[in-house]
Design a protein around this ligand. Sequence first.
Ligand code: NI
Length: 174
Amino acid sequence: MAVKQIIRMGNPILLKKALPVTEFNTRALDQLIQDMFDTMAAYNGVGLAAPQIAVSQRLVVFGVNHSERYPNAEPVPQTILINPQIEFLTDEVEYSWEGCLSIPGMRGLVPRCTRIRYSGYDQHGKPIDREVSGFHAVVVQHEVDHLDGMLYPRRIKDLRDFGFTDELFNTAQG
Ligand code: NI
């Protein structure tokens, strides 16, 4: 069990395109995944991409039952997603307030495709293929963006819709 340090916006690793995972079923991969879940839990995250702990590989984890940071979010199954691909199934977009553990204390209003199909592999190299919508689709798009060096502020249409969470919503959420 190891909680890793999460690097923050400004660190150049977060702007890099991450490299595909080439070996599955290894101790190193299992360890990395465990560290990512431990880190995500310690920071009350709903998702984490490997580059956020300074590992520039195409691997994300996500999942939530109930989140303090996103109290109205629908549950998302705990997922390990490696070398992911996203197909957009509609032109419809919906705006929601996103946050990121690499940009602590802030939120921005970001448009995302409402219905996607995503595929990839789990830690054993077993294929994953799902069609999802709602919060699940938002989380996947946010996390996969990290693998291409994309942070959510670049997707905000109007920078007036970007700010500190407690100022925006007048609550104590981080
Ligand atoms: Ni993020």
